[in-house]
Ligand binder design. Structure first.
Ligand code: ADP
Ligand code: MG
Length: 356
C-alpha cells in the first residue's frame, strides 16, 4: 500500500530531444540542428518541427510543469517520456531499479514493463471505460499487472477514498460529473502506484472551481506520495500553483525554465514578460526572497517558503510591520517587512505600462 515512504526516487532527464514529423525526418536533422526555422522546414520541406533541442532535468518527487500555448509541443514532449512517440534524436533518461536507463533505447518488452510499472497517465478527456464501475476503472492498471484481486481492490478503494469518491465505487462514469470523472482518472493513476505520473492538461476541461479543487487535491496528495509528476497546462495560474519547476515551450522550444518565482521575477524575454504581467505576484513570491538578515523581532513567524500574500495576511491580522522568517525546523533566518511585501506585490513599471 502506498505510504509516505514511497516517495519517488525516479527522476527524468530529457537531453537534446528533437522531433520532426514527416516521411524522412532524419534527412533534415542536421539542418534543424544548424538552425533551420520551423517555417522553412514546413513550407519548403513538408516536415513539422515538433520539438527542438529540449533539455529538462526533472528531479525525483517534484512537480514539473510544462506550459505553452496550443500547438507549442507539450503533448509531443510528454508522450516521449513513456515513448508513445519516438524521438528523431535525443535521450530520455529515467531511473529503473536504481539504474539510469534511456527510454529511447529500451527493447519492446522492457518498454512495455516500464510503461506499466513505472508510469501512469491522466488525460484531459478522462479516458474512463464507460462499461466499468468506478472501482473497476481504478483497478484497471493493476489488472494488467496481474496483481491478485483482493490486493487490487484494497489499493483501488484506498485511492478512491483519497480523491473523495467514497460511496461511488459502484457508479458508472456517465453517472458522474466531469470533476468526479477526473477524480476517477486520478484514482486509477494512483492505484497503479507508479513513480512517474504524467498529466496532459488533466484539469483543463474542468470548470474553474472544480479545477481549483482538483489542484488542491493533487497538492495534498503529493505531500504524501511524492511522485515525479509531469503536469502539462496552458494556464499560467495553474502552472504557478502546481509547479515546483516550470518549463515554457514555444514553437517546440523551451524559452525559459525555472521556478515560478524566477519566471515571474526574471522573465527571459518579452513574450514571457507579457504572459506574467498580470499574475498575482503575492501568490508567487516567497518570504525567502524578500528576507533581510537581522536579529529576531517581536512578531509572528512565517515559513521561508510561504508566499508573501499569506505573510501579509498574517501581519495585517496582528497589526504588525515585521515577521520572522523561519526554516522548516523553526530556526529564524531573518525578517520580512510589510513595506517590502507591498512593494514586491506591485510589478515593476515597464515601457509598455501606463504611467499613473
Ligand atoms: N503526428 C503528427 N504529425 C504531424 N504534426 C504533428 C503531429 N503531432 C503533433 N504535430 C504538430 O506538432 C506541434 C505540437 O503539437 P502538440 O504537441 O500536440 O502541441 P500542444 O500539446 O502544445 O498543443 C503542432 O504544430 C502539431 O501540429
Ligand atoms: Mg496537447
Amino acid at each position: 500500500m502506498a505510504d509516505a515512504s514511497a516517495a519517488s526516487s525516479t527522476g527524468i532527464e530529457i537531453r537534446h530531444l528533437y522531433k520532426l514529423f514527416g516521411p524522412t525526418p532524419d534527412k533534415f536533422m542536421q539542418a534543424v540542428r544548424d538552425g533551420m526555422s520551423k517555417q522553412e522546414l514546413r513550407d519548403v520541406h513538408g516536415h513539422v518541427l515538433g520539438l527542438r533541442d529540449i533539455s529538462i532535468d526533472m528531479p525525483p518527487g517534484g512537480i514539473q510543469v510544462v506550459m505553452g500555448l496550443s500547438g507549442s509541443g507539450k503533448s509531443t514532449l510528454i508522450r516521449h517520456i513513456n515513448r508513445l512517440i519516438d524521438p528523431t534524436a535525443g535521450e530520455v533518461v529515467v531511473q529503473v531499479d536504481g539504474r539510469a536507463v534511456d527510454v529511447v533505447q529500451m527493447k519492446p518488452a522492457e518498454l512495455l514493463r516500464f510503461r506499466r510499472e513505472q508510469t501512469a497517465m491522466v488525460f484531459q478527456k478522462f479516458a474512463l471505460f464507460p462499461h466499468y464501475t468506478v472501482l473497476e476503472n481504478a483497478e484497471y492498471g493493476l489488472q494488467v499487472q496481474n496483481l491478485p484481486g483482493r490486493k487490487r481492490r484494497e489499493q483501488a478503494l484506498h485511492w478512491i477514498e483519497r480523491v473523495g469518491l467514497k460511496g461511488y465505487e459502484d457508479h458508472y462514469p456517465n453517472q458522474l460529473s466531469g470533476g468526479m470523472q477526473q477524480r476517477v482518472g486520478l484514482a486509477r493513476a494512483l492505484t497503479n502506484d507508479a513513480p512517474i505520473l504524467l498529466m496532459d492538461e488533466a484539469f483543463s476541461a474542468l470548470d474553474p472551481l472544480i479545477r481549483s479543487d482538483m489542484q488542491g487535491i493533487l497538492l495534498d496528495l503529493q505531500q504524501e506520495i511524492g511522485k515525479t509528476i509531469v503536469f502539462i497546462t496552458h494556464d499560467l495560474d495553474e502552472a504557478l500553483r502546481l509547479g515546483d519547476r516550470i518549463a515554457i515551450l514555444r514553437d517546440g522550444e523551451v524559452v525559459q525554465q525555472g521556478t515560478g518565482q524566477q519566471i515571474v521575477l526574471q522573465p527571459a524575454d518579452d513574450y514571457i514578460a507579457s504572459f506574467v504581467r498580470d499574475v498575482n505576484r503575492g501568490r508567487v513570491i516567497r518570504c525567502r526572497t524578500l528576507m533581510q538578515a537581522g536579529p529576531p523581532v517581536e512578531g509572528p513567524s512565517v515559513d521561508a517558503s510561504l508566499v508573501i500574500e499569506e505573510a501579509a495576511r498574517l501581519l495585517s491580522a496582528e497589526g504588525l510591520e515585521m515577521a520572522n522568517v523561519v526554516n522548516s525546523k523553526g530556526k529564524v533566518l531573518g525578517t520580512v517587512t510589510m513595506a517590502d511585501i507591498i512593494a514586491a506585490m506591485v510589478p515593476p513599471r515597464t515601457e509598455a505600462s501606463p504611467v499613473a
